[in-house]
Design a protein around this ligand. Structure first.
Ligand code: D61
Ligand code: MG
Length: 416
């Protein structure tokens, strides 16, 4: 906590968000009278870095269904991601996972010892019990998406098949993330929280997943390369290097930065759809659930833009304070549009005029601004309010220092 506050030194509103977060009542979720449910949410909190909090804040009607949707697909993904499992073993599991989820008692122990979510599959019988207790309508949606995702993963796991063209890149991201968007939209409409139109807009639902997944793939270049996973499309990196791994070579740093801009520009292409999707979402708990991952993605994309570190360091992340602040602010479309405008402006300010994607990225940022001004006029006042909390220079530092001291005093007196 102290280090998170320090990292947010120049962002007083993040310090405030961190302190509020720390002081918020902790006993919100109590599963102690239901052992099976406690186990499920234990796995959710163990496996999900960012989705656990937003899922647990969902309305009771959807919470278990979406928790199980997550755990089932995380289980499937833990088989996909494990490069220690040979393909003859892996592919049949991927293709039949939608049937496995109906087999009471099934568990899986073939993951390598270092696979991070190995324990989820070791105790997968708990997930299956939970799945079988869901309303049949939710089971059907989950099984259908699992079937399609598993088959898509099996295709791209096949020897000799790679993410080659940008169309392949969109297709792979559709399988592993776009389909999640489609399934969630079906659930929102099926339970009556949202209009049937949400499930009908499969294009927008798909973009919700693509924006998240492309941001992750861009960020995880080095980690994926280390494990021999390749998701940057050759149609893009081939313009800048002979081999994908050549981008890390110091002599190619200019080309690597250009390639990174190309990837950032490609991901930004989905933002228009993301805003249009979020505009449809009326239920407040669904809205926050959908909006928070998206604002974290634009914040992450801003951090990646022109950042050569992605070729030299794994695990680069936005500040904890920034995450907590984004979670607090993302509760209506005007505020979310303001957050998108804020980060689009930061992206644009960092762009290098000599970069070949300078214009593309500038146009994309301008478009975000234009859409938001036109459709969400309330975002202008929200943006002014947000910017007041992002200070630089001496006046900002003085106020920040005061905020940090205040934060420290509050924390000390609370936990003493
Ligand atoms: C609204 C709210 C949440 C949304 C959404 C719309 C649309 C799509 C998504 C969430 C899915 C976003 C996936 C982006 C993160 N990527 C991964 O986790 C990769 O694995 C993809 C396959 C498993 C998908 C699991 C999932 C994720 C989020 C969910 C969900 C299921 C179900 C419900 C709600 C949210 C990535 O994983 C790396 C890792 O293991 O950490 C990979 O292997 O590429
Ligand atoms: Mg995966």
């Amino acid at each position: 906590m102290a280090s998170a506050i320090l990292a947010s030194l120049f962002h007083p509103s993040e310090v405030l968000a961190l302190v509020q977060y720390k002081l918020a009542p902790k006993t919100k979720y109590d599963y102690t009278n239901d052992k099976a449910r406690e186990r499920l949410y234990h796995h959710l909190n163990m496996t999900s870095r960012s989705f656990a909090a937003v899922i647990q804040d969902l309305d009771e009607e959807l919470k278990d269904a979406i928790c199980l949707f997550y755990l089932i697909l995380r289980g499937l993904d833990t088989i996909e991601d494990d490069m220690t499992i040979d393909l003859e073993t892996k592919i049949p599991y991927l293709k039949t996972f939608h049937e496995i989820i109906y087999q009471k008692g099934w568990t899986f122990t073939k993951n390598g010892p270092n696979e991070k979510d190995r324990q989820l599959l070791v105790e997968f019988d708990v997930v299956i019990e939970g799945f079988l207790a869901l309303k049949p309508a939710y089971q059907t949606i989950i099984a259908d998406i699992t079937k399609r995702m598993g088959n898509g993963m099996a295709h791209y796991a096949t020897a000799g098949i790679h993410v080659d063209t940008t169309a392949d890149y969109d297709e792979y991201c559709h399988y592993v993330a776009g389909l999640v968007g489609l399934g969630l939209s079906e659930m929102f409409s099926a339970c009556g929280f949202e209009s049937p139109m949400v499930a009908k807009r499969k294009d927008l639902s798909n973009s919700m997943g693509l924006f998240l997944q492309k941001t992750n793939i861009t960020r995880d270049y080095l980690e994926d390369l280390r494990d021999n996973r390749r998701f940057w499309p050759k149609e893009i990196w081939g313009l800048y290097a002979e081999k994908l791994e050549d981008l890390v070579k110091p002599e190619n740093s200019d080309k690597a930065k250009q390639c990174l801009s190309h990837m950032v520009s490609n991901a930004m292409g989905h933002i228009k759809d993301v805003l249009e999707y979020l505009e449809m979402i009326k239920n407040p708990s669904c809205f926050k659930f959908c909006a928070i991952p998206q604002v974290m993605a634009i914040a992450t994309l801003n951090m990646l833009h022109t950042n050569y570190k992605i070729f030299t360091h794994e695990n680069i992340k936005i500040r904890k304070g920034e995450t907590v602040w984004l979670m607090k602010e993302s509760d209506n479309i005007d505020k979310v549009a303001a957050i998108f405008r804020l980060y689009a402006r930061e992206v644009n300010n960092k762009s290098d005029p000599l970069d070949p994607h300078f214009v593309d990225i500038g146009v994309a940022c301008g478009e975000i601004e234009q859409i938001c001004v036109g459709k969400y006029p309330g975002s202008t006042a929200e943006l002014a309010r947000l910017q007041a909390g992002v200070m630089a220079g001496t006046s900002g530092s003085v106020i920040t220092a005061a905020a940090v001291v205040a934060g420290a005093v509050v924390l000390k007196s609370t936990f003493a």
